[in-house]
Design a protein around this ligand. Sequence first.
Ligand code: NDP
Length: 489
Amino acid sequence: MQTQPKASHFIGGTHVEDKSGEAFSTVYPATGETIGELHSATPEIVNRAVAAAKSAQTGWASLPPSERAVVLRRAAGLIRDRADEIARLDTMDTGRALTETQNDPVSAAASLDFFAGIIPAYNGQSIGLGGSGGPFVYTRREPLGVTCGIGAWNYPFEMTGWKSATALAAGNAMVFKPSEYTPLSALILAEIYKEAGLPDGLFNVIQGLGPVGSAIIEHPDVAKVSFTGSVPTGKKVLGLAGSLMKYGTMELGGKSPLVIFDDAPLENAVNGALMANFYSTGQICTNGTRVFVQKSMHDDFVSRVVERTRKIRIGDPFDPETQMGPLTSRMQLDKVERYIAIGKEEGATLACGGGRPEMQGMEGGFWVEPTVFTDVTDDMRIAREEIFGPVMSILPFEEEDEAIARANDTPFGLAAGVFTTDLNRAHRVAGQFQAGMCWINNFNLVPLEAPFGGYKDSGVGRECSMAALDQFTQIKSVYVETGTVESVF
Ligand code: NDP
């Protein structure tokens, strides 16, 4: 399939190349082969993208929201028409199994439809100040202007869809920078928006590494950054935005707890733990990588998890039978292998996995086996630090209070889950989790209707849901006098 993009960037409604920018390549993680050669944005390209966005934004914002919605819905339809191509491109760029990436255009299209649907109903308030016919205040939700989106590499198309749908629905323009590891599919979304009738300049994609992201944020005409990435980078990005008094939404990493009580059906809990750790080869920010299991159930749980993990089918990401592809980059493979070594050194028991699977004809890929550690203690680095790979840590516990305290003992606060059939306990525990997203008797389900984001170091602000629109608008209060003007002078 064709993976080399027509050009590195998409600005003002056209593909743009500028070979004076630093060259970088993107690879197919299953084999390590280069699949695209691109160029990083130069300062001139950054300026061009922001200028295109600025000149298009005012007209777009002045349209009735229902007209903006028509364009977004049309784009959602075009995403569905090109869903197979998009999924294949994301599999080439991320290495994730095609059976998984097929969901990403579906989710992105649903996001465009969702924000198209709610934007006409997203309005300010009227605040009465007393008396019929008396003064009142009304508020308006106004767009921020030109916004910047910066994406991570695990869900490139979906993330681009989520961020741009919210920004555009609310009347903003966006300059989007994908991760350098997965630069391809955002360019397809730009083409789709154009075909759907989005005015040129409203959605621009420019490529590059971290400094390009910083350059967009620093541009005086950019009002906000919506960032997905790691906590250390998120702190830098929010610091930069804050120093310039700009808005920032940070969707960052996690080390989420999954607490399994002994009254939970074993198979349900095992399914939950597998989905919480191994989907997307473990490269999901919300993953429940600290699996706390009540002691009386611990041994049965471990043996079933190990049995099921050994059966996971690792293989050619395009094979419909494949359940797990490689990691997305060499860097990530090195990191995951380093953590597996650390886990062994720290004294955790390697219950299964831990090595590189033999992949005939794909030896150059970034493969790792799904891995389970038992006898993990709270102080071990594998239980404290985000690995972002298929590495599950199982930790036994005895009492509910103890489990909650240990689950919350982390600087992260993205997500948490509990498995139990005790209704009162389920809500009691969910209520005490210090996490932005909690699941009862499931894990990692992310409906667009629900706010998505973290507590503590895991982020600031929310994506998805009505709450996301608050992050892409600013409130204006308008005081309306209905009587005479009093003066002390
Ligand atoms: P990084 O933080 O390394 O990078 C994220 C993005 O920021 C990339 O596009 C990167 O560019 C860019 N970037 C790097 N430095 C800067 C800078 N100084 N200024 C502006 N932009 C910069 O994260 P990863 O790409 O490694 O993604 C994995 C992380 O993302 C994990 O921690 C994961 O938990 C988190 N994540 C969070 C999600 C959430 O919604 N909470 C969802 C998915 C992932 P480049 O890589 O090209 O240098």
